[in-house]
Structures are given as C-alpha cells and as structure tokens.
Design a binder for this molecule. Structure first.
Ligand code: ATP
Ligand code: MG
Length: 228
C-alpha cells in the first residue's frame, strides 16, 4: 500500500468514564493523512478530553494506537503512555495557550532546543515560523504583553516549527473576534493545505464551513465521523 493511502494513525478502544457516567466510547478512530477535520459537540460532550487522550495528555487505559513505522512496518502499542516515536509527530494546542515568560522568539525556539538541533538550524526555522505567523515584529516581546490573537499565533508557530503530522487544536478562535480571528483562520487553513492532519474543536461557523473540511461530531457518548 502506498504511504498516502494508509491512515496516519488508527486508535482503538478509546473510552472515558467520569465516575459511573460513560462520557464516550469510540471503538475505532481513523486519522486520515492530509485532512482538515472539525470536531463539534455540545459543551461537556468530551471533545477536549478526547483530543487530550490522543495527544497522550490524559490517561487512556485499554486504548491502542496503530501506525506505520519505518520501512512501512505496521506498528502498534498502548496509547498510554504515548509511544516516543509518535510524541514528536503530534501537537496539541490548549484553548488558552500558556507561553513561557521569556520572549516570543524563545517560546518558539524551545522545542527545537529540546530536540538538540544545531543553533543555526534553530535560528533558520524560528525565523521562518515567526514570518509565517506574522509575529516577527514581536519576537523580542514578553508574552504577557501580547493580545489574545497574538498569543494564538505564537502558539501555532511554536507547534508548527516542530513539523508535527497531526495537530490538535482546541477552539483556536473561541476567544477572538474581528481581524485576529480571521488571521488565525488563515493560519489553520495553511496548516491543512500543507498536508498535515489538523483536528480542531470548534463552534466557529466559518471554520466548520471551510471547503474540504471533514466533520466529526461527539454527542451522547458516540463519535460520528460521517457527520454532515
Ligand atoms: N478530570 C476530570 N474529573 C471530573 N470530570 C471531568 C474531568 N475532566 C473532564 N470532566 C468532565 O467531563 C466532561 C467533558 O469535559 P470536556 O472538557 O472534555 O468537554 P468539552 O466537550 O471539551 O466541553 P466544552 O465545549 O465546554 O469545552 C465534562 O462534564 C467535564 O466536567
Ligand atoms: Mg473543551
């Protein structure tokens, strides 16, 4: 099978209960390659919990993850803890991103330093990400001085600079309006157009209705991946 037709990831046995209440139960969840997906559902449906489980940020007892490793080898493992090989391929963006109290540039460079890349390569990639997100003029600014839209764009740049294949965005436009919201929508579109798989939780009509977007809906404990 060729690489573009195999799914990016498949998860099996994803379920979460809160006390005696079953929040959701998903038998199998396939993440296609190069696809923009919007995840909708009422408040409290479990959208954030679901994406955090996928990112390895919440316990996921019993769930398994299946993917294609090197040399097209079929790989599988428990989802929790998230296999190291997948950790670098998945990025999760919190609804209210937390930025370190250094500069914008240092925030974007952080993950590249953690990966031990050479300084020259880090500088090049950070410059590119700053320009992409339209925040180059803010690179020396302290994050606490940024507007909400600027924080979202820096957080998107910080994630993108690590070149993840799967980006999980929790309501990226929910705290924004006007031009700030438009700018973030444009960046999300670009991420999807670049061939990444982007799953975004949202209630924003403009994002939900973007052309070519796949719709997933979580409700009554069931994830409908053929929602129209
Ligand atoms: N650690 C926890 N302990 C207890 N309850 C929790 C925990 N985490 C989430 N919940 C509950 O699980 C349910 C789903 O929460 P979640 O944040 O995933 O929903 P959501 O679909 O993202 O909602 P929203 O649209 O409001 O963001 C909620 O009822 C929430 O209160
Ligand atoms: Mg949520």
């Amino acid at each position: 099978m060729n690489g573009s037709t195999t799914p990016l990831l498949t998860l099996r046995g994803l379920s979460r209960s809160i006390g005696a209440r079953r929040l959701f139960e998903v038998g199998e969840l396939v993440f296609p390659r190069a696809t923009a997906i919007v995840l909708t559902g009422q408040n409290g449906a479990g959208k954030t919990t679901l994406l955090r489980m996928v990112a390895g940020l919440e316990p996921a007892p019993g769930a398994t993850v299946h993917w294609t490793g090197e040399n097209a080898a079929a790989r599988s493992a428990p989802l929790d803890p998230l296999p190291r090989e997948l950790r670098e391929r998945i990025a999760y963006l919190h609804q209210h991103p937390y930025l370190f109290r250094t500069s914008v540039r240092e925030n974007i460079a952080y993950g590249l330093h953690a990966r031990g890349l050479p300084q020259q390569e880090i500088t090049r990639r950070v410059d590119e990400a700053l320009a992409w997100a339209g925040v180059a003029h803010l690179q020396d600014t302290a994050p606490e001085r940024l507007s909400g839209g600027e924080v979202q764009r820096v957080a998107l740049a910080r994630a993108k600079v690590l070149e993840p294949e799967l980006m999980l965005l929790d309501e990226p436009t929910s705290s924004l309006d006007g031009q700030a919201r438009e700018q973030v929508i444009a960046l999300v579109r670009e991420l999807a157009a670049e061939g990444r798989t982007v799953v975004m939780i949202c209630h924003d009509r403009d994002l939900i209705n973007l052309p070519g977007v796949v719709r997933w809906k979580l409700g009554d404990g069931i994830l409908d991946t053929h929602h129209r």
